[in-house]
Write a protein that binds this ligand. Structure first.
Ligand SMILES: [Zn+2]
Length: 176
């Protein structure tokens, strides 16, 4: 079943020509409906994605996908909603540990059905509930910022050539 804007009952976060998000918090989870507004719906057309994805352990995060491959490989060609989910999970873990938790584990799922809904529509669920409310907003903001950098990737690489050079990517991979 697809949830319309009205059913979710929350204001839409809309980033001009990039994507929109409708976020609904429940007791044990957060549901996000994402609608892409660019021509990109997967990372296949976005070759710099893993270079920009500079988060400590995201490429080593556990991922249950149809092809049964690690996220570091999956990210080269994956649906953008799935990428958004992994970025959000990573930030939630970072923020929870930063706030004093000894360890943090969050799980997520991303569904889509482009026969029933327009291509580029995703339904993302993350098991961050009311107890984690304080980090969800911040995690979402950070996720949106990084996701925008990935979507505008040629511009991002041009603006910060040193930060996203091949070397920094190798350094990142060797840490995992
Ligand atoms: Zn995954």
């Amino acid at each position: 079943m697809s949830l319309s804007q009205v059913q979710l009952g929350l204001p839409e976060i809309s980033l001009a020509n990039l994507f929109s998000l409708s976020i609904a918090s429940q007791k044990d989870s957060v549901h996000i409906q994402m609608v892409m507004k660019t021509s990109h719906v997967t990372t296949t057309s976005m070759p710099e994605t893993s270079a920009i994805l500079i988060l400590p352990s995201i490429l080593a995060s556990q991922c249950y996908n149809d092809r049964n491959i690690p996220f570091a490989e999956e990210v080269i060609s994956t649906e953008l909603g799935h990428l958004f989910e992994h970025i959000l999970l990573e930030y939630l873990c970072i923020l929870k540990v930063a706030k004093g938790a000894k360890e943090a584990i969050f799980n997520g799922w991303t569904d889509w059905d482009w026969i029933k809904e327009p291509s580029g529509t995703f339904h993302i669920t993350v098991d961050a509930g009311k107890d984690d409310e304080s980090i969800v907003g911040e995690g979402m903001q950070k996720t949106i910022r990084l996701f925008k950098m990935i979507l505008n990737q040629s511009q991002t690489i041009k603006s910060f050539p040193d930060q996203f050079s091949e070397n920094s990517q190798l350094l990142l991979l060797s840490k995992n």
